[in-house]
Design a protein around this ligand. Sequence first.
Ligand code: S3P
Length: 431
Amino acid sequence: MQCELQVPGDKSISHRAVILAAMANGACVIKGFLASEDCLCTVGAMRALGIEIEAADETTLIVHGKRRVFTAPKHDIDCGNSGTTMRLLAGLLAGQPFKSRLIGDASLSRRPMKRVIEPLTQMGAKITAEGNDGRPPLRIEGTQLQPISFSTPVASAQVKSAVLLAGMFASGKTSVTEPNQSRDHTERMLEYFLVRPQKNELTVAIHGGLTPESRDFTVPGDISSAAFWMVAAAAQPRSHLLVRNVGLNETRMGVLAVLVRMGAQVREVVEQNDAEPMGGIEVRGARLRGTTIEGREIPNVIDELPILAVAGALASGKTVIANANELRVKETDRLAAIATNLRAMGAQVGETEDGLEIFGGLPLHGARLDSFGDHRIAMAFAIAGLFAEGETTITNTECVNTSYPGFYKELERILKPPNDPQTPVVTMLPS
Ligand code: S3P
């Protein structure tokens, strides 16, 4: 593989750019926006709350901020498959003087929401989960919020962001402390929009009542999307990949460190640094060797673990993933999905309560695999198919549009030349 590419905008940053711009004191132009299903749910939600958003082109939005004033939605707000939309919105809606109801698809309706309900309830909001054990739909009765100092037991950027967004509507200083550093896009964007959060190690604090200053913003490419191609290059000796204009935020770059430990050559260059660093990543392939991914590194690679598990299966020796119980409550139970699919391709995998043990280096063979409705499982196994003998078919792959519309087109481009009998066959079926 000799390849140069660009990936679509960062999903986490796109959500936050739209939400903060909607709260700003004027119009913001957001360039590089990820027009995927998840982020379009956030756009739909902001519109339902009275915010005018124009699409200048597919990746450029003009958001007309209304100085933190939202209007009551006329209908339920549909968060689709997007946990980020639901959890961040829960924080925002907790401080509004109206009622709202957040719904999601079958996968989102199985995901835990207590982690945001608890702190938001402590701040004074009334939130009822209609599903079992804190599961969606959520009914939110907003109110004038009280500030809190909250220690979250999970290192989750969604929880941290929900509390900080609620804190913007509270009377006083709200702080969140997390057990490990999770992605810090909300803090950076608050800083960029001149709502100065205070950061002290694993605590972030914010003063309520401030209105973000409207500023234009460019979303970098999504390193989590780039990770699929990075592993494809890393696991093939002599291959070379250059990804341009991708986000190089340190709280997201764990995937590079893991690939280096596995033996790949990786180089990144920051070319721009406004709210978020952005630049190029170069990867040169090698014969990979197994590694251990655990502890504090986990939040930094949380979305890359499916593709890193595939890298583990292609590497020699053992790869261990531990302390990753959060993977059980993603779009699907990702630990179970990875183990099932890797085994179907001939890999030897042990599943633990909070991780995986992958005994790499066995030849993979093509198989018919399910995505389990999870975009990252679908894409990770499309890449695994590139290294398998025979044909790999992945079903139920429409979910890829939640984060990476255009993935399959890029895959086909990389699979060329199509008439070469050596070219692996990977098919992604929508249903
Ligand atoms: C995200 C945070 C992470 C990540 C998700 C996006 C965000 O989830 O897995 O894809 O945008 O804040 P958690 O906060 O649940 O760890």
